[in-house]
Design a protein around this ligand. Structure first.
Ligand SMILES: Cc1cc2nc3c(=O)[nH]c(=O)nc-3n(C[C@H](O)[C@H](O)[C@H](O)COP(=O)(O)OP(=O)(O)OC[C@H]3O[C@@H](n4cnc5c(N)ncnc54)[C@H](O)[C@@H]3O)c2cc1C
Ligand code: FES
Length: 274
């Protein structure tokens, strides 16, 4: 039986590279790869033991390798946003990082080999590659739409070409691929491929639009949602999101333990983040 549940490990930096607008961090993090499923996230302590930055920062798992020359590795892709991510961007090889993971509920996989569309925006695309591999193991066909505001903010377009049956690239400024939002090609793609499931990793506004388009085409959608997180383990309620239950009642669910993956048709997107 495979290992389950989160662990806390002292990871060490194997490499940190700049990729376009992002940083690609590879950590030797024994115990985490074998537990991680597509859609899981990890939290990293930032700034060291004397830091005033008390809260861990959450990141989606990009790739995991359970074994290898250096032991199990975990890769994340991040954008510098504030002090915490700035500290991470300054890490050096062999620095230690305290990691907790994997956390949250992963993507649900279809039982049958169906056609799936995966929509990623910006660094959000990184969360979709292990999912694409799992879907293909189940003989699902995988069509990816990878978008960003600009070419620099695109992540994984080449990797998507190596991975998926079809890839559509979009940028809002038209610097590469189709000009416009990542949702632009979706109606045509859904109609052409007859896809039954849509997976999305993107900012909240985009996720709402993806969920609506999927529903219009009779497809089931699953979205990984970034909510502001403090504890990451279900205690503080800083990450809540309004989600409609089977009984028709909307409840505030926690992004960190009830998510970060939610059914797109169940999230009250108009109220998310309010
Ligand atoms: C499930 C999940 C997966 C994520 N995956 C990625 C990823 O793969 N790559 C990536 O670049 N970013 C990702 N993020 C966002 C990332 O957590 C924030 O960019 C980061 O916490 C910002 O920290 P900071 O100190 O640089 O910024 P600051 O704005 O200074 O952060 C201050 C505080 O606010 C919280 N916070 C601020 N913005 C966010 C946010 N959008 N989401 C959650 N907490 C926030 C931080 O935890 C921190 O405690 C993810 C967030 C979640 C919830
Ligand atoms: S981040 Fe504390 S409950 Fe989710």
């Amino acid at each position: 039986m495979s290992a389950r549940g989160p662990v806390q490990v002292r990871a060490s930096v194997l490499s940190l590279k700049k990729v376009g607008a992002y940083h690609h961090l590879t950590l030797v993090a024994p115990g985490i790869p074998e537990r991680t499923r597509p859609g899981h996230f990890v939290t990293l302590a930032v700034g060291g033991p004397d830091s005033a930055l008390l809260l861990r920062r959450a990141f989606s798992a990009y790739r995991v390798r359970a074994s290898g020359a250096y032991g199990g590795t975990l890769e994340i892709v991040f954008a510098v946003r504030g002090d915490g991510t700035r500290q991470l961007a300054a890490l050096r090889q062999q620095d230690e990082v305290d990691v907790v993971g994997p956390l949250g509920r992963p993507f649900a996989l279809p039982k049958e080999p169906v056609s799936c569309v995966l929509v990623g925006s910006g660094y959000g695309s990184a969360a979709l590659f292990t999912l694409a591999a799992r879907l293909q193991e189940r003989e699902c066909s995988v069509h990816m739409v990878v978008g960003a505001p600009t070419e620099e903010q695109l992540f994984g377009a080449l990797e998507a070409r190596r991975t998926a049956q079809s890839v559509t690239v979009t940028t809002e400024d038209g610097s590469v691929g189709i000009r416009g939002p990542v949702t632009g090609p979706l109606p045509d793609l859904l109609a052409r491929t007859g896809s039954e499931v849509v997976y999305a990793s993107a900012p909240v506004g985009t996720l709402g639009a993806v969920a609506d388009l999927a529903a219009q085409h009779g497809a089931w959608s699953q979205c990984t949602v970034e909510t502001p997180m403090a504890c990451g383990i279900g205690v503080c309620m800083s990450c809540v999101l309004p989600v409609l239950g089977d009984d028709g009642i909307t409840r505030l669910l926690r992004g960190c333990v009830d998510g970060p993956v939610f059914r797109g048709d169940r999230v009250r997107w108009e109220a998310a983040g309010a």
